[in-house]
Design a protein around this ligand. Structure first.
Ligand SMILES: [Zn+2]
Length: 206
């Protein structure tokens, strides 16, 4: 994963980061530069402080905290949290997978694609030129996973939907969507205890 897809926002100040170089990204706010270093460490070079090495894990933890704070600050719950250009495709059929003539399982065949925007607000919507094409409530999303350029969601009774993101990082979507879904359930006193292979919730004991 290019460093920009991992650090899609600055772990220090929450501003957006640049996308130009695959092994380096810099913050548009505080101008800190983040680059891949040895042993999967990341070199952090703040503008006015000495540079230091840290792990990707520490930086993504800090991003999670900032993301939660941003969600808490939202005054208008109707405003959209994320909007990304995407190509949507739906798995239309399943093909058997054989290994030495033995049936191992099935794989989804994803065909076609519709251009539009994926919008996260208090629901998830896919909007095309003529308006809203799909609208999903968070409890319709049964599982989510990401690849290098797409997020895949399994929608209840509607099957697997793939959104190939044109510019934004799939991890940006995974983090925001997980937080939005968990807050949706929290309002019903439910907590998510598993995202894989499917989203599972349990009642919070008070
Ligand atoms: Zn910054």
């Amino acid at each position: 994963m290019p460093i920009h897809d991992l650090l899609y926002r600055c772990p220090l100040c929450d501003a957006e980061t640049t996308t130009f170089i695959s092994n380096q990204t810099s913050c548009l706010g505080c101008k800190t530069i983040f680059s891949n270093s040895i042993d999967s460490q990341i070199l952090v070079q703040p503008q006015r402080e000495p540079a230091y090495l840290t792990s990707a894990h520490m930086l993504t933890l800090s991003m999670e905290k900032l993301l939660k704070a941003r969600f808490d600050r939202l005054s208008n719950p109707d405003q959209s949290l994320l909007r990304s250009e995407a190509i949507m495709a739906i798995a239309s059929e399943y093909q058997p997978v054989y290994l030495k003539k033995e049936l191992m399982g099935y794989t989804e065949v994803i065909r076609g694609g519709t251009a539009g925007h994926l919008i996260l607000s208090k629901s998830l919507d896919f909007v095309g030129e003529k308006g809203v094409l799909h609208h999903w409530n968070f409890d319709q999303i049964k599982s989510l996973q990401i690849s290098s350029d797409a997020i895949q969601l399994y929608m209840q009774e509607k099957g697997l939907h793939q959104f190939k993101l044109i510019e934004n990082s799939p991890k940006l979507w995974e983090d925001n969507l997980k937080l939005a879904i968990s807050r949706y359930y929290l309002k019903q006193n439910l907590e998510i205890f598993s995202y894989q292979p499917v989203i599972k919730t349990r009642r919070i004991e008070i």
